[in-house]
Design a protein around this ligand. Structure first.
Ligand SMILES: O=C(O)C1=C[C@@H](OP(=O)(O)O)[C@@H](O)[C@H](O)C1
Ligand SMILES: C=C(OP(=O)(O)O)C(=O)O
Length: 434
C-alpha cells in the first residue's frame, strides 16, 4: 500500500493544466459507444475510473483505440449494438461508472453483472435500482442495496416521471440513459440542480432533450450520432492546487483550460467568501460548458458558515475545503452534506479523524462538521483508500508544523494520475514514503 510524506514546500507558482474532467470522460465513452458512427475524444482522463468505463465497453464489443495518451477513437455500435459480456463488468472504484452503466444497461436484451472494489461494494445503489425498477428493469443487489448489481435481460422499459429524492447527477443520468431506451417519455426532477453533462452531451450527440436546472425530459427510442468531444480540465482536480496556492504565503498560480461550469465551481464562491483571491479570466465557451484560466494568489482565510445551497456545486471538493478550513481563522461550519458519508469513504469522518490527528478540533454532526481553524501539526493520517482524502492532506501539509505521513494513497490514480509530479512541479513538498 503506497504512502506519501508531505510537508511544507515553497510558494505555489507557475502554470498548471490538470487532467481531463472525469464526469465528461465517462459520459463521452458511454455516449460514443452507443452512438452511430465514430467519435474522437481528446483530453480523455487517463484515470483508473474512466479507463474502467472504456474497458467495460470493450467487453461489450465496442472497439476503442487509444492512439495517444488522452485520445480515444470509439467505433460506436448504436443503441442496439452492444454484445452480451462474457464476464462481470468491473467498475473498480467508480460510483459514476456503476450508476450510469446501471441505467444504460437496464434496458438491454442481455443480462450482465456490475462489480466494484471494496469501497464501491459498500456504496448505496438503491438510489438507481429503485427508479430503474419502476421503469421495468430487474436488478439484483447485494445486502442493503450494495453491489454487485445483477441486471436481468428485459424486453423493454417504460418511461417515468421521477422526482429524485437526492441531489445526484449519477441518479439523474442513470434514469435518463435508461429513458433513452424506454417507451414513452422520461422526466427527472431534482431537489437541487446538479451537473448537467449528461443532458448537454446527449444533445450534442443529437438527442432531442429538454432540460433546465433541476429538470430534464426526453423521449425514448432515439438514436445518437457520433460527435467529437474535447474534454476540459477537471475543476475537482484543480481544487487541490487552488487551495494549496491560497494557503501558502507568496503563491501565485494559474490553472489553464479548466472547466468552470457553475454546477462544479461552488468551491470558488465559498473560498472567496472566506477571503481567497481567485480571478477567472479568458472565459471561452465549449460544448460541455465554459472553460477559463483561474489565477489564484495566497490570501489569509477566515471561517464561514458554508451556505447549504452551495453543497451540490462542490460535492467532491469538501475534503480539500476541510483542509482550507483547518488553516482559516475561526470556525467553518458545514451542514447539509450528508452525501459525503457515502462517497469512496465516509468523507466527514475521514477528514475529521485526520485533522484531529494533526491537532485541529473538529466537531462532527451527521450532515457536516464545525472545523476550528488553527495551526496543524505533523503526524500520520489514513486516507482510507479515498483519492480525495489523500490529496486534501497533501495540501494541508503545506501549512503543517512537521511532516504529514498519508496512508493508502494508491487510489489517487483513479481521478488524478500524475498528481504527485504536477504538485511537486508547482512547489508542493510531497514524496512517496519508503
Ligand atoms: O455524475 C457524475 O459524474 C458525478 C456526480 C457526483 O456524484 P453524485 O451523483 O453521487 O452526487 C460526484 O460526486 C461524482 O464524483 C461524479
Ligand atoms: C465521488 C467521486 O466519484 P464516484 O462517485 O464516481 O466514485 C469522486 O470522484 O469524488
Amino acid at each position: 500500500m503506497a504512502e506519501w510524506i508531505a510537508s511544507r514546500g515553497g510558494p505555489v507558482t507557475g502554470t498548471l493544466q490538470v487532467p481531463g474532467d472525469k464526469s465528461v470522460s465517462h459520459r463521452a465513452v458511454m455516449l460514443a459507444a452507443i452512438a452511430d458512427g465514430v467519435t474522437r475524444i481528446d483530453g480523455f482522463l487517463e484515470g483508473e475510473d474512466t479507463r474502467a468505463t472504456a474497458r467495460i465497453f470493450g467487453q461489450m464489443g465496442v472497439l476503442i483505440e487509444a492512439p495517444s495518451d488522452g485520445t480515444r477513437i470509439v467505433q460506436g455500435v448504436g443503441i442496439d449494438g452492444l454484445r452480451a459480456p462474457a464476464a462481470p463488468l468491473d467498475c473498480g472504484n467508480s460510483g459514476t461508472a456503476m450508476r450510469l452503466l446501471a441505467g444504460l444497461l437496464a434496458g438491454q436484451s442481455f443480462g450482465c453483472e456490475l462489480t466494484g472494489d471494496d469501497s464501491l461494494s459498500r456504496r448505496p445503489m438503491r438510489r438507481v435500482t429503485d427508479p430503474l425498477a419502476m421503469m421495468g428493469a430487474t436488478i439484483g443487489t447485494g445486502e442493503d442495496g450494495t453491489p454487485p448489481l445483477r441486471i436481468a435481460p428485459v424486453a423493454g422499459l417504460r418511461g417515468i416521471d421521477y422526482a429524485s429524492p437526492v441531489a445526484s447527477a449519477q441518479v439523474k443520468s442513470a434514469v435518463l440513459l435508461a429513458g433513452l431506451q424506454a417507451e414513452g417519455e422520461t422526466q427527472v426532477t431534482e431537489p437541487h440542480p446538479t451537473r448537467d453533462y449528461t443532458e448537454r452531451m446527449l444533445r450534442a450527440f443529437g438527442a432531442d432533450i429538454d432540460y433546465r436546472p433541476g429538470f430534464a425530459r426526453l423521449r425514448g427510442g432515439q438514436r445518437l450520432t457520433a460527435c467529437d468531444v474535447q474534454v476540459p480540465g477537471d475543476f475537482s482536480s484543480a481544487a487541490f492546487a487552488l487551495v494549496a496556492a491560497t494557503l501558502v504565503p507568496g503563491s501565485t498560480l494559474a490553472i489553464d483550460h479548466l472547466g468552470i461550469d457553475p454546477r462544479r465551481t461552488g468551491l470558488v464562491d465559498v473560498l472567496r467568501r472566506m477571503g481567497a483571491d481567485i480571478d477567472i479570466q479568458n472565459i471561452r465557451s465549449g460544448p460541455v460548458g465554459d472553460i477559463a484560466t483561474l489565477t489564484v494568489r495566497h490570501a489569509p482565510l477566515r471561517g464561514i458558515d458554508v451556505p447549504m445551497v452551495c453543497v451540490p456545486d462542490m460535492i467532491d471538493e469538501f475534503p480539500v475545503l476541510f483542509a482550507a478550513a483547518a488553516c482559516a481563522e475561526g470556525v467553518t461550519r458545514i451542514r447539509g452534506a450528508a452525501e459525503l458519508r457515502v462517497k469512496e469513504s465516509d468523507r466527514i469522518a475521514a477528514m475529521a479523524n485526520g485533522l484531529r490527528a494533526l491537532g485541529i478540533r473538529v466537531d462532527e454532526v451527521e450532515d457536516g462538521a464545525d472545523i476550528h481553524g488553527g495551526q496543524p501539526q505533523g503526524g500520520r493520517v489514513d486516507s482510507l483508500g479515498d483519492h480525495r482524502i489523500a490529496m486534501a492532506f497533501a495540501v494541508l501539509a503545506q501549512r503543517a508544523e512537521g511532516a504529514v505521513r498519508i496512508g493508502d494513497t494508491d487510489n489517487v490514480a483513479t481521478s488524478y494520475p500524475g498528481f504527485e509530479a504536477q504538485m511537486c512541479g508547482v512547489g508542493l513538498a510531497l514524496e512517496s514514503a519508503g
